[in-house]
Design a protein around this ligand. Structure first.
Ligand code: ZN
Length: 82
């Protein structure tokens, strides 16, 4: 089995997919969702479950640039409020 390694937008570390938060901009309607199910396709970014990484992802709109979209306040709140 291929190990699914992903890079964190915050710290740049590469970790197992299961250890990370997945943020996806859906292909269908462009909505930004956290930890979508496997049927959701779109451009994705990953973050550690770590407040520092989450904060870093919003510095200089890093997460927005990776996803090429604005991150809705609601999603931002869900991430930062964790
Ligand atoms: Zn990280």
């Amino acid at each position: 089995m291929i190990e699914k390694k992903r890079k964190c937008v915050g710290c740049g570390q590469i970790k197992n997919r299961e250890e990370m938060i997945k943020i996806t901009r859906k292909n269908t309607d462009g909505a930004v969702v956290l930890n979508p199910d496997s049927k959701t396709f779109g451009r994705s970014a990953y973050l550690c479950y770590n407040h520092d990484c989450i904060k870093k992802a919003f510095v200089k709109n890093r997460l927005s640039k990776v996803l090429k979209t604005q991150i809705p306040e609601e999603v931002k709140g869900q991430l930062i409020g964790r």
